[in-house]
Unconditional design. Structure first.
Length: 81
C-alpha cells in the first residue's frame, strides 16, 4: 500500500493490493493521535482510492490497511498546504 503524491496538497491516491482469501478489508485514515478521519470499506482485491483532504490541517496522517480486523500495513501521509 502506498499513496501518491506524498507529500500532497489536496488529493492523494492510495494504491493497495489485498492478500488472497480475505473476507473483510478496510483502509482507515487517522490523525497521529488516533482520531479516525475516514474509513473505506468493501475493498476489492486491488485498486486505488482518492483521498481528498477537504478541511484538514497541514500535518502527518496515518493510512492503515486492515484485513480481517488486523492491521497489515500502515503508511504516513504528509498534508502540506
Amino acid at each position: 500500500m502506498e499513496n501518491e503524491p506524498n507529500p500532497f496538497n489536496t488529493v492523494t491516491r492510495i494504491n493497495y493490493t489485498l492478500p488472497a482469501n480475505v473476507s473483510e478489508a478496510s483502509i482507515v485514515i487517522s490523525t497521529m493521535n488516533g482520531q479516525q478521519i475516514r474509513t473505506y470499506q468493501d475493498l476489492t482485491e486491488s485498486g486505488q482510492l482518492d483521498f481528498e483532504s477537504e478541511r484538514l490541517e497541514t500535518g502527518v496522517y496515518n493510512c492503515t490497511l486492515y484485513v480481517d480486523g488486523q492491521p497489515v500495513a500502515s503508511r504516513k501521509m504528509i498534508l502540506n498546504r
